[in-house]
Ligand binder design. Structure first.
Ligand SMILES: Cc1cc2nc3c(=O)[nH]c(=O)nc-3n(C[C@H](O)[C@H](O)[C@H](O)COP(=O)(O)OP(=O)(O)OC[C@H]3O[C@@H](n4cnc5c(N)ncnc54)[C@H](O)[C@@H]3O)c2cc1C
Ligand code: SF4
Ligand code: SF4
Length: 496
């Protein structure tokens, strides 16, 4: 059994995609702390309250995710220090939210009564400003403490300003004000979703958009602060913020090539092959249905947590000739949530749920005369499957030429090296080159896969398929374009 430290479900990731979101926290410090010395600074608060309420009529809690100075403070300054833990359920309960709103209103009302005693006097505006500034400071302190001890946006679960926005949003809905202005997280098409849960793992409000996409292409939770964090992190690149009117168009334009024929499979782990300490090849025997009609280069989803319907995407790295058995090759990440679950829970004989086949980008064209494959690290998996299909199973009549360039860090990371070397020796139309960036010995050349690429002169009709780190894919595309390969002939998938 594999032993691991507990990987965290929630991921700390950048949430500030605009200068306002990056620097609005300065206003919090200015009003909350500066206002204690210059109380009239607090008079900015009623203006902020007015702005957020008007905006919420049209866009729900958009303010919280895009303009709120406290939100910016929590996300930018405190998230790095936060435990980033799960927010306790009671902090999101309607009872607590209502009670806190009443408490807040009562307190503010009480202070206003005192301030209004000074109405007409010189001190009135200073005293009024101080009430607001002190309230701002309290939120900064209490919200800040919660941000560090629990999660950056814990305060936002019951913040009275957020509750006001929800109420005004409901009013806007009842009056039909936000039909054409409300931006919601929208999926291009539910079939594109990997059910990887990353949208839930990065969400500042700890919502679960992917769980709703089966029912609707728009995520309608009123607590969504329209912050775009899930949009920017979705590995399927399937999300955007859009109005209801735009959804039909988005749906119609979604590219479903390679995604339409997927279905769910019951399977059993037949064999686990330990390729090195951190990489395992899992072979699944398909139970129901008994065969998967896939193209090499496609991937499957492997269920990692049935309770929350969570899957991880893995490229098919091999299969039996009749496609009744398929293999995936998984690299364990030390702080990886899904890979730790797989390494701990899958044993030979374990039943698993799969979904597939999926993916279009790395389906190598068997009609191609000259194919160039570039892989680094665990990005070798699609090419192992393609080489097996084209040269071993010979089930698609391929008679072009393939060159595979494969880079890894150390000798032990070069998984499938023997298989690829042997296949290249047996097939003159398959050339295989590998190198290491940090070899322990001098048996391998030293360098990166892009160094090998620089030495090649591929004909301009070459179709190039790239899989590995985003950095390698970007560098490789630049080199290829300089060498005259047209961008329409370059295909890539990055999953590292
Ligand atoms: C189409 C496709 C095919 C794939 N094929 C393979 C394959 O054949 N073999 C394989 O091993 N993997 C493959 N993957 C990757 C795989 O799906 C998982 O992403 C991978 O196994 C890690 O899962 P995890 O849950 O353990 O890691 P996670 O817990 O998701 O974390 C991964 C790492 O990234 C960091 N991280 C994650 N998201 C963010 C973020 N937004 N901001 C900052 N840091 C972040 C984490 O801290 C961690 O270091 C594929 C992915 C795709 C999309
Ligand atoms: S692919 Fe992952 S991040 Fe994107 S919508 Fe689906 S579950 Fe969410
Ligand atoms: S669902 Fe997406 S847009 Fe909404 S709060 Fe969560 S991360 Fe932000």
């Amino acid at each position: 059994m594999h032993n691991s430290h507990a990987a965290s479900f929630y991921i700390k990731t950048n949430r500030s995609f605009s200068p306002i979101r990056s620097y609005a926290w300065i206003l919090t410090v200015l009003i909350g702390i500066g206002g204690q010395f210059l109380p009239r600074l607090g008079l900015l608060v009623p203006l902020i309250m007015l702005a957020l309420m008007v905006m919420s009529l049209f866009r729900g809690k958009y303010w919280c995710g895009n303009f709120c100075p406290h939100g910016s403070f929590f996300d930018n300054l405190l998230q790095p220090l936060s435990r980033n833990a799960r927010i306790p359920g009671f902090m999101r309960s309607k009872v607590l939210i209502a009670a806190f709103l009443l408490f807040f209103m009562y307190n503010l009302g009480r202070r206003f009564i005192h301030v209004f005693e000074a109405l007409g006097g010189a001190e009135f505006y200073d005293r009024m400003g101080l009430v607001f500034s002190t309230t701002y400071l309290m939120v900064l302190l209490a919200g800040g403490l919660l941000a560090i001890t629990i999660n950056a946006r814990t305060w936002c679960q019951f913040c009275p300003m957020g509750t006001f926005q929800t109420l005004f949003y409901k009013l806007g809905k009842a009056l039909g004000l936000n039909k054409n202005t409300d931006l919601k997280v929208t999926i291009a098409h539910p079939d594109l979703c990997h059910s990887c849960g990353k949208c839930a793992r990065v969400c500042p409000m700890q919502l679960k958009p992917y769980r709703e996409f089966k029912e609707s292409s728009q995520f309608s939770d009123e607590n969504c602060i329209r912050c775009n964090t899930c949009v920017n992190n979705c590995p399927a690149d399937a999300l955007q913020l859009a109005t209801l009117a735009k959804t039909e168009n988005i749906h119609a334009n979604a590219n479903l090539a390679g995604f339409k024929d997927a279905s769910f499979y019951r399977a059993v782990v037949k064999k686990i092959n330990h390729l090195n300490d951190n990489v395992r090849e899992y072979t699944f025997k398909l139970v129901e249905p008994q065969k998967m009609d896939f193209d090499p280069g496609q991937f499957v989803l492997v269920e990692t947590e049935p309770q929350i319907e969570m899957y991880r995407a893995y490229t098919i790295s091999g299969s039996s000739g009749d496609h009744s058995e398929i293999s995936v090759t998984v690299k364990l990440l030390n702080d990886g949530y899904g890979t730790n679950l797989l390494f701990n829970n899958l044993a030979e004989g374990t039943e698993v749920k799969l979904k597939g086949p999926l993916g279009n980008e790395l389906r190598a064209d068997p009609e191609g005369k000259e194919l160039l494959f570039l892989a680094n690290g665990i990005g070798i998996t699609p090419f192992v499957s393609i080489v097996q299909s084209f040269f071993e199973q010979k089930d698609n009549g391929f008679n072009g030429k393939i060159t595979l360039l494969y880079g890894a860090r150390y000798e032990e990371d070069l998984v499938y090296d023997d298989y690829l070397t042997g296949t290249a020796e047996a097939n003159e139309n398959f050339s295989y080159y590998s190198l290491l960036s940090r070899p322990h010995t001098d048996q391998y050349s030293k360098g990166y896969v892009t160094d090998l690429l620089k030495e090649l002169n591929p004909p301009d009709y070459t179709r190039v398929y790239i899989c590995g780190t985003a950095e390698m894919a970007t560098d490789a595309r630049d080199i290829l374009e300089h060498k005259g390969v047209h961008e329409d002939n370059i295909f890539y998938e990055c999953f590292l």
